[in-house]
Design a protein around this ligand. Structure first.
Ligand code: ATP
Ligand code: MG
Length: 344
């Protein structure tokens, strides 16, 4: 039996509530081994879809991961995207905003990291931090932002986020939002293992314990953020994340279903393009006018005659805030954080 993901989706048609949500749900899968087998089936399909998205070059996919500490965002990105061509995926980790970022509106750094056409963009944390940690600690008030401290401030932010996501989807970027939902008890175990296991010590931060003390406030902030920004165009998926294998499998399946809907395609080469390719083929036969052939592909760009072409993602790569090479598709903006390729 396949994995049940329907109940994880929130698109505004029903409310999400923490109560009654089983963070250790198997989602109908018969145990870890079966789950891992299924993921092995899904992975090559994801690889194929990513390749089509890149070749098609008409749309992009933005995948947002939000979670409490130690919920498994990093492992999720590593496992689900392993095998996917790193040139087609860019990961951005959003940390506390830097001074230049704070001097702009909160969506400024986010917009710069949105994937260009043909690319998958993964956000490890996102603009949602501005209605999560931002709300719990009332950061806008500390920053002296207009309207901060008033009840309507958060309504305004949810609306702005929804408007922003609507704009992205209307301009060819599909948006998927995942909340990896772990229980407080599971987080306790994982934080402890970061202390017990020397190879994980570097991951432990004392600040995580402070955040943990505010657990209930964070859960309320998550619930509100999800309910206020769940839309048909940018749905939320609440992923039971106490079992890593189940969480990874659920995300992989949701991605596959999303690609099925998007249906990116390899560009079709029309008659004229096909003719050009045949000419190139004969020019490349041993001993046949190779000098002439050298010019032909560059001049006529046969593979781009009909398709939108692979050049788009590279050419439109967002500018590099952190000073790295702007032409590098897989290693871009550090937004007080870092951007790297997935599955590397
Ligand atoms: P891990 O799960 O491995 O701990 P992480 O995503 O928590 O990874 P960290 O470097 O530990 O990565 O933490 C990033 C921190 O940056 C988080 O505490 C997050 O709340 C904070 N942050 C991100 N965006 C904002 C924002 N807009 N305003 C305030 N804090 C933010
Ligand atoms: Mg952390």
């Amino acid at each position: 039996m396949g994995i049940e993901i329907g109940k994880l989706k929130f698109d505004g048609s029903r409310k999400f509530d923490m109560k009654g949500f089983d963070t250790a749900d198997n989602l109908g899968v018969d145990g870890k081994q079966k789950g891992q087998e299924l993921l092995e089936e899904y992975r090559p399909q994801l690889v194929e879809w990513q390749s089509k998205l890149y070749a098609d070059g008409g749309r992009s996919l933005l995948i947002i991961f939000q979670a409490m500490d130690a919920a498994g965002k990093d492992g999720m990105i590593n496992h689900v995207f392993s095998g996917v061509n790193p040139q087609g995926v860019q990961v951005t980790s959003f940390k506390q905003p830097s001074k230049p970022e704070l001097a702009h509106d909160y969506l400024w750094r986010i917009h710069q990291a949105v994937p260009p056409k043909g690319m998958i963009g993964i956000f490890n944390r996102s603009h949602y931090e501005d209605v999560l940690v931002g709300k719990v600690l009332d950061l806008p008030k500390a920053y002296g932002l207009p309207g901060a401290g008033k009840a309507k401030f958060w309504d305004m932010r949810y609306r702005q986020i929804s408007d922003f996501e609507r704009m992205l989807t209307e301009n060819g970027t599909a948006v998927l939002k995942f909340f990896l939902h772990v229980s407080k008890e599971e987080q306790r175990k994982r934080l402890l293992s970061r202390l017990d296991d020397k190879s994980k010590n570097w991951k432990f931060e004392t600040g995580d314990l402070t955040t943990r003390e505010d657990w209930d406030a964070y859960m309320k902030a998550y619930k509100d953020a999800i309910n206020r920004t769940a839309t048909p165009f940018a749905p939320w998926y609440v992923i039971p994340a106490d079992k890593k294998w189940a969480a990874r499998l659920a995300v992989a399946k949701i991605l596959l279903d999303t690609f099925e809907d998007m249906k990116p395609k390899y560009p079709e080469i029309g008659k004229a393009g096909r003719k050009q390719l045949e000419e190139c083929r004969s020019a490349l036969q041993p001993g046949k006018g190779e000098g002439k052939a050298k010019e032909t592909p560059k001049d006529t760009q046969p593979t781009k005659v009909e398709g939108k072409g692979k050049e788009t993602p590279k050419d439109t790569q967002p500018a590099e805030a952190g000073g790295k090479d702007p032409g590098k598709a897989t290693d871009v903006t550090a937004t007080s954080g870092s951007q790297t390729s997935a599955g590397a």
